[in-house]
Write a protein of this length. Sequence first.
Length: 179
Amino acid sequence: MRKLANAELNRKTTGEYKKAPKIPVVVVLDNIRSMHNIGSVFRTCDAFLIETLYLCGITATPPHREINKTALGATESVQWLYYENTLELVKMLKADGYTLCAVEQTDSSVMLQNFTPSAMLKYAVIFGHEIHGVDQQVVDVCDLSIEIPQLGTKHSLNIAVCAGIVLWEFFRANAEKLR
């Protein structure tokens, strides 16, 4: 086994990425405070060809040194928009035909292993504040909540880790459309 050199990975240029078809998923960051987490989510959105990344509330926006440290250039490829009010944004997305999915522990969460995204639907996947999660008013308008099962002593995962796990499942469900 031999590690591939970067030149062998056939990665897209920023221009090619912007023109490439995307999976029908947008990501909403609801009041994320860590700029390293924000940068990591930018990279995950780049990797999985996410349509748009929405940064809401206290979530910092590029350009910022701390975001760039983990984004490694993904702030240039991923389409992103800032909205002050997460609730207003998700109501607009719902009106535009997106199925709203809070990644949150609720009394009716669907465990991730029991959830299969439909390749026929458009999704808005909402990730919340590192301590408080997705705002309850936002959860109230969501169509479903998805939960990652955890068996340890902590009751949450780092937002960047969580985004990677959840968005992989959406990418997997839509990968055939991109070939």
